[in-house]
Write a protein that binds this ligand. Structure first.
Ligand SMILES: [Zn+2]
Ligand SMILES: [Zn+2]
Length: 271
């Protein structure tokens, strides 16, 4: 038992194309680790929904049966939410609306893994495309997502750095994006939405959370209150990793509460 793992609100099972374990294996492991608040948030990549390679319709439907049943089955051991990581929601709005009308998610992470018309940041060759140009597109599209507003927390802000800085070793300076990042935070705050601290960067080459302490602090300074923490585990081994470190990061910045979502409502948890 690790008593510091208060929550893990970003996780993938094999209902995601890149996940390894069944939903139940993930939940069982979360219980073993003593995680108190847990959300399974399998991928729903709107712009890849109909791709032969992915075909999201069936796993998304399966999740809607399996996850609520697991929430009930393990209710005496863990507080669990049925979540989703909604990728690129603006890139096919009719489909996004259909999905949000069809499923009763407890918790929605809004993420941007690829800019409109581009491949995922992990697939791009940064010796051929300008990282700066893509970062500009990325923050602009994230801002549009925040304005649209139909999710609960913004997933892993600074995600492109995992690949640009972490894996390609390109040192980019985000100073010029500070105005748009501030606008993203202000818009989320105005819309009663929040951010997550995604711990996966800590166990990857990037070496820091997404976003890192500087941006979490900026979010707090602008009045941000809604903050979740998630490992972005794609297998049981990564569950809860980095959470204790990021709880400390949040506390050091002055947060006294984290947020967990149930039925799309925020529940504040003292840290
Ligand atoms: Zn993601
Ligand atoms: Zn994820």
């Amino acid at each position: 038992m690790t008593e510091n793992i208060i929550m893990d609100c970003h996780n993938h099972s094999n209902l995601s194309p890149d996940g390894s374990n069944t939903p139940e294996e993930m939940v069982k492991r979360a219980c073993e680790l003593g995680i108190k608040y847990y959300a399974l948030t399998d991928h729903l990549e709107i712009n890849k929904f109909f791709d032969e390679e992915y075909l999201y319709e069936e796993p998304v439907r399966k999740a809607s049966e399996i996850c609520p049943a697991l929430c009930r089955k393990y209710a005496d051991k863990i507080t669990m939410s049925y979540g989703v990581e909604l990728g690129q929601p603006l890139q096919d709005m009719p489909l996004t609306n259909r999905m949000l009308d069809s499923y009763d998610y407890d918790f929605i992470i809004g993420s941007l893994h690829m800019c409109d018309g581009w491949e995922d940041f992990y697939e791009l060759d940064y010796s051929k495309v300008s990282a700066d140009y893509l970062l500009g597109l990325y923050f602009d599209e994230v801002l549009e997502m925040a304005k649209w507003g139909k999710f609960d927390v913004l997933g892993h802000l600074t995600y492109p750095l995992r690949y640009i800085k972490g894996e390609s070793g390109i040192d980019v300076n985000l100073d010029k994006y500070l105005p748009v990042i501030k606008e993203i935070f202000s818009t989320l705050i105005k819309n009663d939405m929040g951010i997550e601290i995604n711990t996966s960067g800590l166990r990857q080459q990037l070496g820091v959370s997404m976003p890192d302490a500087y941006y979490v602090n900026l979010y707090k300074e602008l009045g941000g209150k809604i903050l979740t923490i998630g490992s972005d585990a794609h297998c049981t081994e990564d569950l809860g990793k980095g959470v204790a470190e990021c709880v400390k990061l949040a506390k050091d910045i002055g947060f006294t509460e984290l947020t967990f979502f149930n039925k799309r409502n925020p529940i504040f948890i003292k840290i």
